[in-house]
Write a protein that binds this ligand. Structure first.
Ligand code: FEO
Length: 385
């Protein structure tokens, strides 16, 4: 695949992966992107996952023919991209490695070798000329590790964006970009909104025609759409109006309350998403929580705590700096309900949350009182007009 006349795609598709980064299901696989910039000098942009060594080295050979790379540019040291640095060095002993100083420290930790004899250390604003292509390196700490750099090619106006603008899914499967890019972003980079904002500010000063991320498709058209979504996500603004109901239910009574509330909200004309946290994809539920403007958290008191899936869910939200949302609670407890208090406590460090006046309290099963609380909550969240 040609990105431009002199920039070629040399990445791989992974359809055998079990869990990406040890936790994310990827039903449509994963792509580990890598690129070759072919000029007077040749630069390879990042490597790929350990299971694709030969395919990647073959891809390099296929686009270079008899020529050899002069540089391996390492933008990110997470092993899905860095695993083949050593294999590259063995195959091309004369090539240099271009990366941030933090990356070389990580190479020593990962491989026991920081390749001192071939290091080119780069930092903010440093440049590398390949001939006609002039590369500028921009630091992007915590997008998504501290050592990350992104690279701008001023000839073809390409931003090599590391994990930024990446998504789940292999490149030989067609699917909506936003859905899997959002799940990827919120899950993997979501905590680092401030750092993404600062990278977006640096990127705004560049004339970008193409974005080449390390996962997902190369972006060539309508870049404002993708950059706009990244701005929304990284500033923790709700992307869509709507109510997410995230719940757990042991014997079905909490679920009954949730479904009744969902019906009432829909009758009032609201968009409603219902996620059973014991059964849905947790990353999808976390994505929905960040995407929509309002959330209802419904769970049972359990071991003087809350049901485990809700505890896990709330940990995911809090550690990703969940904020700027309206939050409501439904608690269920047969003798000492305390779920609402515990859930609120888990969110206490989250900024700018607005809690509804109504909390629905269920004592084992819905009754007249809790039903009328559901009505009040529905009106508060989404009053009938
Ligand atoms: Fe695609 Fe942060 O590694």
């Amino acid at each position: 695949m040609n990105i431009t006349n002199t920039i070629k795609y040399i990445g791989v598709n992974d359809h055998d992966i079990d869990l990406f980064e040890g936790q994310y299901t990827v039903p449509n696989g994963m792509a580990y992107n890598s690129y070759a910039i072919i000029d007077d000098k040749i630069a390879i942009m990042d490597s790929v996952d350990a299971r694709f060594t030969q395919e990647w080295l073959d891809n390099i050979k296929a686009v270079l023919g008899n020529r050899k790379p002069d540089y391996l540019i390492v933008q990110h040291m997470e092993p899905d991209h860095s695993a083949n640095i050593e294999n590259f060095v063995k195959t091309y002993p004369e090539a240099k490695i271009v990366s941030s100083s933090k990356s070389f420290t990580m190479m020593k930790n990962f491989f026991g070798d920081d390749f001192a004899d071939r290091q080119v250390v780069v930092g903010e604003g440093d440049t590398l000329s390949l001939g006609t292509h002039n590369l500028t390196f921009i630091t992007a700490p915590m997008v998504h590790w501290p050592e990350v750099i992104v690279t701008y090619d001023s000839l073809d106006k390409v931003l090599f964006s590391a994990d930024g603008f990446g998504k789940f899914g292999a490149l030989d499967v067609e699917e909506d970009w936003a859905c899997e890019a959002r799940r990827y972003y919120i899950g993997i980079v979501g905590k680092y909104g401030a750092q993404v904002q600062s990278l977006l500010k640096k990127a705004a000063a560049l004339d970008i025609k193409t974005i080449c991320p390390l996962h997902g498709p190369v972006l060539t058209e309508n870049l404002g759409y993708y950059i706009g979504l990244y701005d929304t996500w990284s500033s923790y603004r709700a992307e869509s109006e709507g109510v997410v109901i995230a719940y757990t239910s042991v014997y079905g009574n909490t679920k009954k309350a949730v479904l009744k509330l969902a019906d009432k909200l829909r009758e009032n004309g609201c968009v409603v998403i219902v996620n059973d946290l014991a059964r849905c994809d947790m990353a999808e539920a976390v994505e929905d929580a960040f995407r929509y403007s309002k959330i209802v958290l419904a769970t049972t008191t359990y071991n003087a705590e809350i049901f485990p899936f809700m505890r896990e869910f709330l940990s995911h939200l809090a550690e990703r700096n969940f904020q700027n949302k309206t939050v409501a609670f439904i608690e269920n407890g047969s003798w000492a309900p305390m779920a609402a208090k515990i859930m609120k406590g888990m969110l206490e460090k989250c900024k700018n949350l607005t809690y509804t006046d109504t909390t629905v309290k269920i004592l084992s099963a819905l009754n007249e009182e809790s039903m009328s609380e559901l009505d009040a909550l529905a009106d508060e969240l989404c009053g009938s007009n």
